[in-house]
Design a binder for this molecule. Structure first.
Ligand SMILES: Nc1ncnc2c1ncn2[C@@H]1O[C@H](COP(=O)(O)OP(=O)(O)OP(=O)(O)O)[C@@H](O)[C@H]1O
Ligand SMILES: [Mg+2]
Length: 353
């Protein structure tokens, strides 16, 4: 009798997909949110939400909200719920995730989640982790777990984190850079610095304001960074100069300036130096046996900020170790969490409640 009803349920689940057990892996990043299942990316868009100022209702999330950002009128408000990689605005984060999950899973009262795993920055405090857990608990999943992002990034880059061998991962995200040395499925040495992709963008805005009397928007600065940005002026095939469109501070009228990659490299120098110093400080406190492994294996570089042209070459020169640049730095953390979702028993040691 019991066996029959079990098969009946299985059969029903095949016919009616909304009855299937569901799970998801989440990388709630400072700039980008990625939601995956065990195998594929289901959502990858900017971490931003737009509200109607009057009613407080959600008008848009992700890409759609990002197009409104900096171009909104007074009745629309855009919010980036994360700052420095952790939840800064609980309600906005909760609503944004609710909309994302509904969009992806067509979540309704009879669908339920079996397992949710979310990344969390290693440096996040217990209070910040609790805020993330509370945001996730709205989905009433049977199991809800966290894992630290640098370990997820290492798995996402295909590294074997379980062996007794020192491995160094540097994740230059949007809000923070996390530097870790991993051995035996755990973090042995760690350093986090609040300098990452967003700092580079702000440096570019600052540079134009100070040196060109030009005020440029966030999106323009991002575009310049991606098109013509560089970590060093010494790069093999330099990108073409970019044209910055903004507002002349003195005249108060729209204006443009042309900028080369070496000028951007100059503007970003101080921030990149801060990342270099943090890597060196992490190596300095590394136990000798693990240091020997890192000398042998080099440093694994990931996160969107690592895509800045010449970053690998600059770090290689200043740190004098081999730098391995991830082939898909924007995906490493979500790929890692997704692989844990696929084989939770194998990776039990990295999962946190
Ligand atoms: N081609 C590129 N060149 C330079 N920077 C880039 C490029 N592509 C993306 N970025 C930068 O990568 C950053 C986002 O990276 P990522 O998605 O890893 O961050 P995040 O996970 O959202 O943030 P965090 O890890 O701090 O929570 C942004 O600052 C973005 O401008
Ligand atoms: Mg990240």
């Amino acid at each position: 009798m019991e066996t029959n009803s079990y098969f009946y349920l299985l059969d029903l689940q095949t016919m009616l997909p909304f009855l299937k057990n569901k799970c998801f892996a989440l990388d709630l990043g400072n700039n980008n949110t990625l939601l995956t299942d065990e195998n594929q990316v289901l959502f990858s868009q900017p971490s931003i939400i737009a509200f109607d100022e009057g009613s407080g209702s959600v008008q848009a999330i992700g890409e759609e909200a990002f197009t409104i950002f900096e171009k909104n009128h007074s009745l629309l408000k855009t919010v980036k719920p994360l700052q420095w990689g952790v939840i800064a605005d609980y309600n906005s984060a909760s609503l944004m995730l609710n909309k994302i999950v509904k969009q992806v899973h067509h979540h309704s009262w009879f669908s339920r989640f079996d397992h949710i795993i979310s990344g969390v920055p290693y440096y996040a405090t217990e209070v910040e982790r609790r805020a993330l857990r509370d945001v996730l608990d709205q989905f009433n999943s049977k199991k809800r777990q966290l894992m630290v992002e640098p370990l997820a990034a290492a798995l996402g880059m295909g590294m074997n984190i379980r062996e007794p061998e020192g491995k160094m991962v540097v994740d230059i995200g949007g809000g923070i850079t996390e530097i870790v040395i991993i051995s035996l499925s755990d973090v042995v040495v760690f350093k986090s610095v609040k300098v990452a992709g967003n700092t580079f963008t702000m440096d570019i805005q600052d540079h134009f304001r100070r040196n060109h009397n030009l005020s440029i928007g966030w999106k323009t600065a991002e575009q310049i960074k991606i098109q013509a940005g560089a970590a060093t002026h010494l790069i093999e095939s330099p990108p073409a100069p970019a044209i910055a469109k903004g507002k002349d501070i003195m005249e108060g009228i729209p204006s443009t300036r042309t900028v080369s990659h070496s000028e951007i490299a100059f503007a970003l120098d101080k921030s990149i130096k801060a990342i270099e110093d943090s890597i060196i400080q992490t190596l300095e406190v590394c136990p000798p046996e693990l240091a020997a492994d890192i000398y042998q294996n080099g440093i694994h570089l990931t996160g969107g900020g690592a895509l800045l042209q010449g970053m690998k070459e600059r770090l290689q020169k200043s740190i004098q170790l081999e730098i391995h640049l991830d082939s898909a730095p924007l995906l490493a953390v979500s790929k890692g969490i997704s692989s844990v979702l696929r084989e939770p028993k194998k990776y039990q040691a990295v999962l946190l409640d």
